[in-house]
Ligand binder design. Structure first.
Ligand SMILES: Nc1ncnc2c1ncn2[C@@H]1O[C@H](COP(=O)(O)OP(=O)(O)OP(=O)(O)O)[C@@H](O)[C@H]1O
Ligand SMILES: [Mg+2]
Length: 361
C-alpha cells in the first residue's frame, strides 16, 4: 500500500518530550515569577514607599534568567528526547528488518530480541514463532511436492522401460506387455486420485450432512469383505448408531482406508480386524483394531505422514503408495475431529477417530 510519508515516530516522541519539558518549565517559572512579584509588593507595603512597583523591577531582573532556562530546557528536551526515543525504538528497526526479510522469502531469519519481556519483545517473540511455523509448513509442502513427483515418476519410468524393451525386441509378447502396462497405469491413477482426494479434503470443500458412522462402517466392511477373505482375515463389526455431521463420501473413504489397512497390514494368516462405533457425551467414535506384527510407538507416530510406509513390503508389487493414513488424518481434521494411533501390546494397531456428534440427535 502506498502512503504519503509523515513525521517519524522518533521525531514525534522527541517533540512531545521537549513540549512537555517546556510546559513544565513555563509553569515552574511562572510560579517563581508570581512568588517574586508578591514578595516585591509586600516589601513595598511594609516600607510604605511611594515608588510605584519594585515588584515589576524584580520580575524584570528575573526575566533573562528565565529565558536562559527556557532555552536550556528546549535544547535539552530536543536532544534528550531524540536520544531517548532512538533508544526506545531501536527494537522496531530489527522487527522491520525481519519483516522485510520474510516478505522477500527468507523465512529462516529470526529477530531474537535480547532483554527482558516488554511490549516490543512480546511482538518480536510472536513474530519469531509465526516465522518458525511458516517455515515448517513450507518445508512440509516442499517435501510433499518432491515425494509426490517422485512417486508419480516411478510408474512412468517403469512404463518407458517396458516399452523400450518391447521396441528393441520385435518378437516380444505384446499380451504380457499390455497386462503389465495396465497394472502400472492403474497404480498411477490410484496415486493421482489419492492426491486429488487429499487436496479436496484439505480445502474443506464439502457440505455437511447427517452421517451415521455405524452405517458407513458396515458399508466399508461389506465392500472389503472379499479382500479380507483373500487375506484370511476375520472382519468383525459392532457398535451403536453414531451420528456425525460431514461428507458421506469422505467419511466412507476414511473408514475404507482404515479397514483396508487393517486387512492388508495384518498377520500373514489368522488375523482379525475389529471395527467398532460408539457414542461419547459430545462425540462419536470409530475404532479400527487389528492383529499384526509388533510396532514401536516411534514408528507409529510417523505413519500418518504422507508417503510414509511401514518397514515391510516397500519393494513388493502390492505395496501401497503411503497416502492412506495421510488421507484419514486430513479428512478427520477437516471434520474437526481427532485421530489417535496406538500400537497393541500383542501386535497390530488400534486406530481411533473421534468426531463431534451431530447436533439435534
Ligand atoms: N492397521 C494397520 N496395522 C499395521 N500397520 C499399519 C496399519 N495401517 C497402516 N499401517 C502401516 O502404516 C503405513 C502407512 O499406511 P498408509 O495407509 O498411509 O499407506 P499404505 O497402506 O502403505 O499405502 P496406501 O496409500 O495404498 O494406503 C503402512 O505402510 C503400514 O506399514
Ligand atoms: Mg493404506
Amino acid at each position: 500500500m502506498a502512503r504519503r510519508s509523515g513525521l517519524s515516530v522518533r521525531l514525534k516522541l522527541t517533540l512531545s518530550y521537549a513540549g512537555f519539558l517546556m510546559l513544565a518549565g513555563v509553569l515552574l517559572l511562572g510560579a517563581a515569577g508570581l512568588f517574586l512579584l508578591r514578595q516585591g509588593w509586600l516589601r513595598t507595603n511594609e516600607e510604605g514607599a511611594w515608588r510605584q512597583s519594585p515588584g515589576t523591577e524584580l520580575v524584570r531582573g528575573f526575566a533573562p534568567t528565565a529565558a536562559a532556562v527556557m532555552v536550556f530546557l528546549l535544547v535539552f528536551g530536543l536532544l534528550g528526547g531524540w536520544l531517548l526515543a532512538g533508544r526506545m525504538l531501536a527494537p522496531m528497526d530489527r522487527i522491520t528488518h525481519a519483516t522485510r526479510a520474510a516478505a522477500a522469502g527468507s523465512l529462516s531469519h529470526r529477530i531474537r530480541l535480547p532483554g527482558r519481556k516488554d511490549e516490543f519483545r512480546e511482538l518480536a517473540d510472536a513474530f519469531d514463532t509465526m516465522l518458525a511455523q511458516l517455515e515448517a509448513q513450507v518445508a512440509e509442502q516442499q517435501r510433499f511436492a518432491a515425494n509426490a513427483s517422485h512417486e508419480l515418476r516411478t510408474p512412468l519410468a517403469i512404463s518407458k522401460t517396458l516399452i523400450d524393451v518391447a521396441r528393441a525386441d520385435p518378437n516380444h509378447d505384446t499380451g504380457e506387455l499390455v497386462d503389465r502396462l495396465h497394472t502400472i497405469n492403474t497404480r498411477a491413477i490410484d496415486l493421482t486420485e489419492a492426491l486429488l482426494l487429499l487436496s479436496r479434503a484439505n480445502q474443506r470443500a464439502f457440505t455437511r450432512e447427517h452421517v451415521d458412522l455405524s452405517l458407513v462402517a458396515e458399508e466399508a466392511a461389506e465392500t472389503l469383505h472379499p479382500l479380507a477373505e483373500k487375506h484370511g482375515v476375520i472382519l468383525e463389526t459392532s457398535g451403536d448408531i453414531a451420528p456425525a455431521a460431514g461428507s458421506p463420501a469422505l467419511l466412507l473413504q476414511l473408514t475404507t482406508n482404515l479397514v483396508h489397512n487393517a486387512i492388508v497390514h495384518n498377520l500373514p494368516q489368522q488375523g482379525t480386524v475389529w471395527v467398532h462405533t460408539g457414542v461419547r457425551p459430545k462425540t462419536v467414535v470409530l475404532t479400527v483394531e487389528n492383529t499384526g506384527e509388533q510396532l514401536t510407538p516411534q514408528l507409529v507416530a510417523t505413519l500418518t505422514e504422507p508417503f510414509q510406509r511401514g518397514t515391510e513390503r516397500i519393494h513388493t508389487d502390492q505395496a501401497g503408495v503411503g497416502l492412506g493414513l495421510a488421507i484419514v488424518k486430513t479428512i478427520t481434521e477437516a471434520h474437526d475431529g481427532t485421530l489417535a494411533l496406538t500400537p497393541r501390546p500383542a501386535g497390530g494397531l488400534r486406530i481411533t477417530v473421534e468426531l463431534p456428534a451431530a447436533s439435534g440427535r
